[in-house]
Ligand binder design. Structure first.
Ligand code: SF4
Length: 392
């Protein structure tokens, strides 16, 4: 059970040290999110990470790869099935993301859903660029300026998720102790009661004790010295609004523990391993299980306050200079509508969509353009329309 106040570790950011017996899928997420952040920051936004899926090439079905790997999943939308996986009929949420999503999945989806889909089904075409590496360096420098990294030995998935919860707890605890800044703050929940679990990592929260307000800021690095296009801005806006929604839901006590257990497949009453126990003890927190730790964290969070202002800082990669800052107005109805549209894809209720003709410029720098059926179809429609117009 909980004990004393969490002690002076709020400027520490915990990272898992060893895999131990941990399931690789779960282990990979913190790194994965980091890579996703980097990928998003590059100007060819919308590309995601590589994964172990084979490479399928259709809007409605995964087919035998023409690039090397076997296909491992069958899309729930498809009437076809890969011979190697006759027992697998998974929607994208399960096939690509093991049952829960990252905030970055939604912002990538906002750029081009078809591209997001290909990033899972044709991962060999995704390439990490120097811009991504540079973006990661800038993020890391900011993070290390705010706290030290502390390795913690983990032996189970419950331990790994405990680390996320502890990092969230330390941010809340820091604010309650008068600290003004927290970076890389984990958030999670199932917004809008739609039973889709989302995990995210907020770049920066600033707490003003006098006003009792929390402001959220996201860092985007750019390879050009210009501010982003409208499409990029829309993508970033969705991302920070979703961060706010997740944080606010936690502060308002809307994230039930059994929801976490169900979606993350965790045993809330399982005893933490030695690494986590030692760390909790040194921080003055007497919790032995995720259930106890969540109770403790929720109580601290609920003494905090919801996010007040949202902003995005754009930084030029070459110089590290700030290009500008965009204030974002939170619009919950808009967020809900976009969220509902997005999850239809993840739940396999519709195939992925590519960009509309007005945004065809995105295709010119897309690594999937040569295999993209959506692009091919739109091009053919265009040619046909032009042919008919010419005949009139
Ligand atoms: S080619 Fe165009 S429509 Fe196809 S995935 Fe790329 S950006 Fe999307």
């Amino acid at each position: 059970m909980e004990g004393q106040e969490a002690a002076s570790t709020s400027n520490h950011f915990l990272i898992p040290e060893e895999k131990g017996q941990v399931c690789c899928d779960e282990w990979g997420d913190s790194q994965d999110d980091f890579l996703v952040k980097v990928l998003e920051d590059s100007e060819s936004a919308g590309t995601q990470r590589k994964d172990e899926c084979g490479e399928g090439i259709s809007n409605t079905s995964f087919e035998k790869s023409t690039f090397g790997n076997e296909i491992k999943h069958k899309c729930a939308l498809s009437g076809h099935q890969d011979s190697a996986t006759s027992d697998s009929q998974l929607e994208p949420l399960q096939a690509f993301r093991h049952g829960y999503l990252w905030v970055s999945d939604f912002s990538s989806q906002a750029w081009c859903e078809q591209k997001l889909h290909y990033s899972y089904t044709a991962p060999a075409l995704v390439q990490e660029t120097p811009a991504m590496t540079q973006g990661s360096t800038l993020h890391l420098a900011r993070e290390l300026a705010a706290h030290d990294k502390v390795d913690v030995n983990v032996t189970s998935n419950e331990d790994i998720w405990a680390i996320k919860v502890i990092n969230l707890l330390m941010s809340a605890q820091g604010f309650l102790n008068g600290q003004a800044l927290a970076r890389e703050v984990p958030v999670f929940g199932a917004p809008f009661g739609l039973d889709i679990f989302i995990v995210g990592l907020i770049d920066e929260l600033r707490f003003d004790l006098d006003q009792y307000t929390v402001d959220l800021s996201d860092l985007k690095t750019r390879t050009s010295s210009h501010m982003p296009s409208r499409s990029q801005e829309a993508q970033h806006r969705l991302q920070v609004m979703l961060y706010k929604k997740l944080f606010d839901d936690l502060v308002q006590g809307k994230v039930a523990k059994d929801l976490i257990a169900k979606h993350l497949r965790l045993r809330l009453d399982s005893q933490f391993g030695e690494g986590i126990m030692t760390h909790l003890k040194s921080a003055g927190i007497e919790c032995n299980t995720l259930s106890e730790l969540l109770d403790f964290t929720y109580r601290r969070l609920q003494s905090c306050t919801c996010v007040n202002k949202l902003s995005i800082e754009y930084v030029f990669q070459d110089t590290g200079e700030t290009l500008g800052r965009k204030e974002i107005l939170y619009d919950e109805d808009d967020l809900r509508q976009k969220f509902v549209e997005s999850i239809d894809y993840w739940m396999g209720r519709r195939p992925p969509k590519g960009v509309e003709i007005e945004e065809a410029w995105k295709c010119h720098r897309c690594e999937f353009v040569d295999i993209c059926e959506w692009h091919q179809r739109k091009t053919e429609e265009c040619v046909e329309r032009n042919r008919k117009n010419a005949c009139v």
